[in-house]
Design a protein around this ligand. Structure first.
Ligand code: G6P
Length: 615
């Protein structure tokens, strides 16, 4: 949520920043802006509503010289998306410019105090208080930029990753962080800074992830000083290696990142199980679970905390772990959990699922769990992310960078991890027969090949999309393991095509949504269940008798549902607990094609952002 990027060194900063902003656009695209310090130490600030492309057009004929610069792509929180509210924000004198990702929670109080002291605000943002605060500290104390930023932050409540530059100290950038991510990349006597590694990887793989509560000064000669915001003590930077590959950040011939990521799922799932499953000797081993084997076996409950698509995979986790390993599971929206005074026991395990590993509510829910003494476990995709670092143990999904805002391969790899977790726990607890355990492990080993088969149905699904592209509502139904898939299918459609869609447990439909069904209502039914097949069939009959238009995901050998549905998408069968890994694929493709046909911006749908770092 909001992307920040900066450069300091000997090269021209503008092209580096613009490319970086394009890589970070998935974090927000309400506006974009840059500030550059030229060779005469003049500060140039350019800001434009909309995407980075608008900013590029706007700056076409402008001076873009400078070896120091900062850039920002915004997801609006305080103040509408317009040129003025776009970052960078700057002091009235125009000497200091600043970019920010996060939220300043006490900004109204700070703003009132600053206005009282004569400061004039030009934007409606929370961020602008920071820049005036820094100037105020400098005026009152004569402090240099770094110390002024440090002192100003003492009075700030909220979350921030900020980068500050000043005409008066034109050889340095000051960066600071609390609860929002920031990575510093080391070049040759130069620094590249960004919200994540994606803008850095084409320049350097040597990075430091700034820790919460740290402030750093980066100079034009390649020097870094790292300190604690609180007490000004020096820290030694810890240097890490970025794991990204540049080609993972490109569309590689696909029209959209989302389509590329859908098609990457066979490989992503293979990567998720690599080294964890031995399909010949029938063993499953997630390192994190192994390390805390006793705690897992004796857990009173497992509580999942997550948001969005990750919440849907948590729900599948509940079905898997209760069904196979017989451990009680609860699934919580992270945002609700943290504010409802939940009961958390010391022998509970709290598992956070998060693609980005930086979703603010999920992080806060974990902090609460830690405070209460529960073991915390992270299932994250982004290596080195905040959640992966704050949990006691965890498993990476190894899906590779997911750039399309609508999550696809992150979902299937999360479910893959959960299936392995359930199987491993079931084995340790002895809650599953040997033959079922072997069958499930064997099936999991074949899932990638079956996903590949389903991807071959792309054309057929595209044709179905043509029929329903103008629908205004959609209902998604599923039972058992496929109920969360119905929720995920509906979410995908809503997110990228702006068609209203609801996911429902198939039988629950009778308690409300059935009233919506008429001859215009497309009803997508996930009917691959082997268990309760008859029941799903009855639910389809109920829709059909009210003239709803049925699209059914069925197993290849299906006979009955195919007679009732207007369209079917036949997919390979698998063991019931693993069926979400297959049934979700046609739903991803269907939403993708419908969105493209409606002319929607598939990778950057309106109002959304991929990493929600505000509460
Ligand atoms: C946003 C994204 C979703 C994602 C959710 C949770 O809403 O648009 O795609 O599922 O955040 O994100 P996380 O990174 O925690 O999985």
């Amino acid at each position: 949520m909001c992307g920040i990027v900066a450069y300091i060194g000997q090269k021209e900063a503008y092209p580096i920043i613009i490319n970086g902003l394009k890589r970070l656009e998935y974090r927000g695209y309400d506006s974009a802006g840059v500030a550059l310090l030229d060779e005469h130490n003049h500060l140039h600030v350019y800001k434009k509503k909309g995407k980075v492309k608008n900013l590029e057009d706007f700056t076409k004929d402008k001076s873009k010289k400078g070896n120091i610069g900062i850039g920002h792509t915004r997801w609006a929180t305080h103040g509408e998306a317009n040129d003025v509210n776009a970052h960078p924000h700057f002091t009235t004198s125009g000497h200091i410019a600043l970019i920010h990702n996060g939220i300043i929670e006490n900004y109204t109080t700070l703003k009132a105090e600053l206005i009282n002291r004569g400061y004039k605000f030009s934007s409606e943002t929370d961020t602008e208080v920071l820049v005036h605060l820094i100037e105020d500290v400098q005026k009152n104390t004569g402090a240099k930029l770094e110390e002024a930023v440090r002192l100003a932050l003492q009075g700030v409540i909220g979350a921030y990753a900020i980068i500050v530059m000043s005409m008066d100290e034109p050889d340095r950038l000051v960066v600071a962080k609390l609860s929002s991510p920031m990575v510093i990349g080391y070049g040759d006597n130069e620094f590249y800074i960004a919200s994540d590694g994606s803008p850095l990887v084409e320049h350097t793989k040597k990075v430091s992830f700034l820790e919460d509560g740290q402030i750093a000064t980066l100079t034009k000669d390649g020097e870094i000083t790292l300190k604690s915001i609180k007490d000004n003590t020096f820290h030694a930077p810890y240097v890490d290696e970025l794991e990204y590959k540049l080609e993972e950040l490109e569309k590689s011939g696909f029209d959209h990142f989302m389509l590329k990521e859908i098609f990457e799922q066979p490989q992503a799932v293979t990567n998720a199980i690599r080294g964890r499953i031995d399909k010949h000797n029938f063993t499953v081993k997630l390192g994190g679970v192994d390390e805390f084997e006793k705690t897992f076996i004796n857990a009173r409950r497992i509580i999942f905390v997550a948001c969005g698509t990750s919440w849907h995979s948590s729900l599948i986790g509940e079905y898997l772990i209760e069904d196979l390993a017989r451990i009680p599971v609860e699934v919580e929206y992270a945002s609700e959990f943290r504010y409802r005074n939940p009961i958390i026991f010391e022998d509970d395990i709290v598992i956070a699922i998060s693609q980005s590993g930086e979703t603010a509510d999920t992080k806060a829910a974990l902090e609460l769990a830690k405070k209460k003494g529960a073991l915390t476990y992270g299932i994250c995709n982004v290596v080195g992310s905040a959640i992966s670092r704050m949990t006691d143990a965890g498993s990476y999904t190894h899906a590779g960078p997911e750039i399309g805002v609508a999550s696809t391969k992150a979902f299937t790899t999360q479910v893959t991890i959960l299936a392995m977790m359930a199987l491993q726990l079931a084995y340790k607890k002895g809650t599953l027969s040997k033959s079922l355990f072997h069958q499930y492990v064997g099936e999991l080993g074949q899932i990638s090949t079956k996903i590949e088969e389903i991807l071959k149905l792309d054309k057929r699904i595209k044709n179905i999309a043509k029929t329903f592209k103008d629908a205004t509502n959609f209902l998604y139904l599923g039972r058992g393991y496929n109920f969360p898939v119905a929720l995920e299918g509906a979410l995908k459609l809503k997110e990228i095509s702006y068609i209203h869609a609801e996911g429902y447990p198939a039988a629950e439909m009778k308690h409300g949504p059935i009233a919506l069904i008429d001859e215009n209502m497309p009803v997508l039914v996930v009917a691959t269940n082997i268990e309760h097949y008859e029941k799903v069939l009855s639910n389809i009959e109920e829709v059909k008798s009210r003239k709803g238009r049925i699209i059914a995901i069925v197993n290849e050998d299906d006979k009955e549902v195919s007679k009732l549905a207007e369209f079917t998408i036949p997919i390979p069968a698998t063991a019931e607990p693993l069926s979400p890994l297959l049934s979700v694929i046609p739903l991803q493709l269907l939403s993708y094609h419908i969105a493209v046909m409606r002319g929607c911006d598939v990778d950057q749908p309106r109002n959304l952002a991929k990493s929600v770092t505000v509460e």
